[in-house]
Design a protein around this ligand. Structure first.
Ligand SMILES: [Mn+2]
Length: 390
């Protein structure tokens, strides 16, 4: 039997000291980054990134949520959507479409090795979504007849809360292992639990790409509505800044919210951005001015309807105008190039249509952003191409 030696005692003291120092510095939970990185590298040994996707993993990658450095948390949830449904099937559709995505990323060296996987078990959210969607439809039809049903509304809000708790529990499980986590919606209420968990240990800003500013207080009575995500997020004191980009459908209350935020929320409407571009300012220069508003750590919350609807024709609440695919990625690239750290992201409101188009755009966005997040945290290296931006 192994004896407890002086060496063990010294090691324990060092470990305790290390933990205390980490706690004192409020450091990221990335202490075991080397171990994690090693596991994913080992897993990748026999994988051929040039072959057809034959494995079950997202993008046909050889990782599971156990061996991955970054885990995609699927949240097939759309119980409180206000217009068109469909986004609850996004995780399944994006998983399917991901198999067609080529793995070479010109900006991230051997990006496929960075260790990306999708959390495997999300059946219970599927079931709760189906049940709660029916309840919400019943409630909305009562509302339309100018009626009310407080008990039903309370039950719906309770179910939304338990989805939020599910996200928090799973996000925490991975964050505690030093992994990166991103949320794949579902409607835009999906990432609240992840943002809450990240905000427990650090202060950060949010880049919010969306056609809507989602600053409504309990839309249609639903406390955790997709239209309230940023209203709920701004209750967290550790979110020092919210920079909204591409906004083109919003109400008076939301404008007042931004005005009363004393600069904590900055809204860049589509009209302002286009006016600057039409006046001759380059997208590069517009990006730099928006990035200056963000702190050192940045979370990206991406509603697909922030893009031009040609890239997301089936999303729940499409609005004319919007960013191009590469424009949005360029903005995120520039955040990293500025020396800021990406700490996580979500992609929401992708709604698969009759063909794979919406899911294919979503799968490509997730892959590109995830690679940048991985490299931003030392799980991969940026290429020279990335550094020069050409
Ligand atoms: Mn939106």
């Amino acid at each position: 039997m192994r004896q407890f030696s002086l060496v063990d005692a010294v090691l324990s003291v060092i470990q305790i000291f290390d933990e205390l120092t980490n706690a004192a510095l409020n450091r990221e939970p990335y202490a075991n980054i080397q171990d994690l990185f090693h596991v994913s590298q080992q897993t990748a040994t026999d994988f051929d990134p040039n072959a057809m996707a034959a494995l079950d993993g997202i993008y046909g990658l050889p990782f599971t949520s156990e061996t991955a450095c970054q885990v995609i948390l699927p949240v097939p949830w759309e119980a409180t959507v206000s217009y068109r449904t469909g986004t609850a099937s996004a995780p399944d559709a994006i998983l399917q479409a991901s198999k067609q995505v080529d793995l070479y990323d010109p900006f991230v060296k051997d990006a496929w090795k960075a260790g990306l996987a999708m959390h495997e078990d999300y059946e219970e959210i599927d079931q709760l979504n189906a049940k709660t969607r029916t309840m919400a439809e019943r409630y909305l039809s009562v509302l339309e007849k100018n009626g009310t049903d407080d008990a039903l509304l309370a039950e719906i809000n309770e179910n939304c809360k338990s989805v939020n708790e599910w996200v928090r529990t799973n996000a925490r499980k991975y964050l505690d292992k030093g992994k990166l986590v991103c949320v794949l919606g579902g409607d835009h209420s999906a990432p609240l639990g992840l943002i809450e968990e990240l905000a427990k240990t650090q202060t950060f800003g949010i880049l919010h790409i969306d056609a809507h500013c989602d600053l409504r207080d309990a839309y249609e009575g639903f406390v955790y509505s997709h239209a309230s995500i940023m209203f709920n997020v701004m209750k967290l004191p550790n979110i020092s800044k919210l920079v909204q980009v591409g906004i083109r459908d919003y109400c008076d209350h939301e404008v007042s919210f931004v005005k009363n935020s004393a600069g904590r929320v900055v809204m860049h409407t589509e009209r302002q951005l286009k006016a600057r571009a039409y006046g001759g300012e380059s997208w590069h220069s517009i990006c730099q001015s928006m990035i200056k508003e963000l702190p050192e750590k940045v979370y990206v919350s991406f509603d697909i309807d922030g893009l031009d609807p040609k890239l997301c024709p089936n999303t729940g609440t499409p609005v004319p105008g919007g960013l191009e695919f590469e424009q949005s990625l360029y903005l995120i690239h520039e955040i990293v190039r500025s020396g800021r750290q990406l700490i996580g992201f979500d992609l929401c409101e992708v709604a698969p249509g009759a063909d794979e188009w919406d899911a294919s755009v979503g799968a490509r966005l997730v892959y590109n952003i995830a690679n940048m997040v991985a490299a931003s945290n030392g799980f991969a290296q940026f290429t020279e191409l990335f550094q020069t931006g050409k």
